[in-house]
Design a protein around this ligand. Structure first.
Ligand code: T4K
Length: 375
């Protein structure tokens, strides 16, 4: 049997030929046109109960950059040079920091939830005080962060926070609300083809503060006012209408998809009792794939395990390994804090296959192969 790591499945536009024809006939292909507006409106209603505002963007990397620039440009801490970023995240988080001209400080994550270490954040804020321009915690693999805690920390210290929630569109917090809802800071979600909320490329920024989204929207369109005069830092971060149509249609499927993935994730956990899984903090996680640690003391190293699985036809990922501090560019430009947990996770983590139409037989094959490859 062959089981690929992921099988991206944006909606099939061929199932929506009428809407496609209407889109074509509209003559509007970008610049926050009617399809983007329809998607934003419907998402705001369904996920965020019409509280606050949200906007689309071309991808989450640019959206993070934009949100961080907004958070630091309109903040009295201009001149501060550091941003706190967990080392256990995707490169995009730290690239956004670097493009904003800031120096990442790479810090550790918690051993169970794999979420950024609150203790490290407190310690680093104490040590670097006014030099910290922002915090960029990552909602690791769609797991839910304590957003109220971050809002409180931001209000108390004056340090802005931007949430990297790339994998979280579809996750529900412990109260059963869409992760991010009510957040006073920008929360950035990806709609990349490989995400559970798969389109092709795309992102969403949500914030309970409508003014912040209005500013971000202006920044995403060159910082223009209605006379096409730049009023603030700007770039082109707009989502085209065609991927917005994919997103609009995806909204109708997302709950069913996440529920299905949740069932498959639970089966993995049952069938692989020796592997270590993430402690999930929300009511529902938008599982993009199934990250798990090889059992402590397993007689096989991660590289050999991945190779053996491949020879049995099973594709795996190794997110987030190498972690940021192991990547030459970030090593060169960052300060690195203690990373004991990150190093342990990154040396043992594998990402097991998951996709919307994964058959139970495929999953059982992966688990049998994984158990066999451990020895
Ligand atoms: N923050 C975090 C924490 C993130 O994880 C990410 C993205 C971002 C920010 C930035 O979001 P975006 O700017 O992308 O919106 C993939 C995704 O491209 C990336 O979006 C994602 N995180 C990351 C975790 O995974 P790569 O470079 O590892 O993807 P790649 O090309 O190796 O593909 C993964 C698997 O999917 C492969 O087995 C091939 C398969 N695949 C991929 C694509 C694109 C397909 O079968 N079809 C496809 O169209 O980053």
């Amino acid at each position: 049997m062959r089981v690929p790591f992921l099988k991206p499945r944006p909606v099939r536009l061929s199932d929506h030929l009428d809407e496609l024809a209407a889109h074509e006939a509209s003559g509007v292909f970008s610049n926050f046109g009617p399809v983007n507006t329809a998607f934003e409106t419907r998402l705001l209603h369904r996920a965020f109960g019409d509280e606050g505002a949200c906007m689309t963007a071309c991808n989450a990397t640019i959206a993070l950059l934009l949100a961080l620039r907004e958070a630091t440009y309109f903040n009295r801490r201009r001149g501060a040079k550091f941003a706190l970023v967990p080392s256990f995240t995707f490169a995009a988080t730290a690239h956004a920091v670097s493009w904003c001209g800031l120096t990442p400080i790479l810090y550790d994550v918690e051993p169970g939830t794999w979420l950024p270490s609150r203790e490290a954040e407190r310690r680093l804020l104490e040590r670097h005080g006014d030099d910290v321009a922002a915090l960029l915690p990552c909602a690791t693999f769609g797991n839910c962060l304590d957003l109220e805690g971050y809002a409180e920390l931001s209000a108390r210290t004056g340090v802005p926070v931007v949430i990297d929630a790339a994998a979280s569109l579809g996750s529900l917090d412990a109260q059963g609300r869409a992760f991010g809802r009510s957040a006073p800071m920008a929360v950035v979600y990806s709609m990349h083809a490989t995400k559970t909320f798969a389109t092709s490329e795309g992102a969403v920024i949500y914030c309970a503060d409508k003014d912040r989204i209005a500013r971000l929207r202006q920044m995403a369109n060159f910082g223009f006012d209605d006379r096409r005069s730049s009023q603030m830092p700007g770039l082109n971060a707009k989502l085209a209408e065609l991927p917005a149509l994919l997103a609009l249609k995806k909204l109708d499927e997302i709950d069913r998809i996440v529920e299905r993935r949740t069932g498959l994730y639970a089966l993995y956990r049952n069938l692989l009792p020796d592997f270590v899984f993430q402690e999930l903090t929300g009511l529902r996680t938008a599982h993009q794939f199934v990250p798990a640690l090889l059992p402590e003391g397993a007689p096989v190293c991660r590289a050999d395990f991945v190779q053996r699985m491949k020879s049995l036809g099973v594709g795996l990922g190794t997110y987030f390994s190498p972690h940021l501090a192991e990547q030459p560019y970030f090593r060169e430009i960052s300060l690195v804090d203690q990373l004991a947990v990150t190093e342990r996770l990154a040396s043992r983590i594998v990402a097991l296959p998951l996709y919307d139409e994964m058959e139970e037989a495929e999953l059982r094959y992966v688990c049998e192969a994984a158990a066999g490859c451990l020895h």
